[in-house]
Design a protein around this ligand. Sequence first.
Ligand code: FES
Ligand code: FES
Length: 173
Amino acid sequence: MKEQVIAFELNGEKVETYTDPALSLLHLLRSRFNLLGTKEGCGRGECGACTVLVDGRAVNSCLVPAGKVRGRKVYTIEGVTAEGLLRGAKVHPLQEAFVESGAVQCGFCTPGMVMSTYALLNDNPSPSPEEVREAISGNLCRCSGYKQIEEAVLEAAQRLKAQDWQDRNSGKT
Ligand code: FES
Ligand code: FES
């Protein structure tokens, strides 16, 4: 397809690029914006490794054509990390809890897991274990086991409440 100008918001900043609107958002993020935290696993909507937020909703970026994000807000794992840095931490409390709970082994699924559960915690700051499992039901992990991931998300929910992470909504909804 013919290349077009596509303007959208990426991790809180307005961006514009000239691209084939049929290119996947996953490839747009990785190749045009060098945001390599979003991973390509299956490339067909089955593994969740490529999860990002579009207007606050977790989506598989491998299935979203670049043309569909025109005027929308896209938020990636790099945006989540930047939130932690802005608050004087090294990473976001959710990422911290993943590491401390042993939920990261090879780490390939982790950005997608973090994005899915980040979206969950924005909508529901006190999820039940079942709600966490539901939120990550589209994210596959071959290594660490889902129990540690579930524990990490529940722990992160506590930390976010304790730290009163009020401005965590900036930029992605
Ligand atoms: S790479 Fe997108 S769902 Fe697997
Ligand atoms: S930590 Fe390796 S796939 Fe999940």
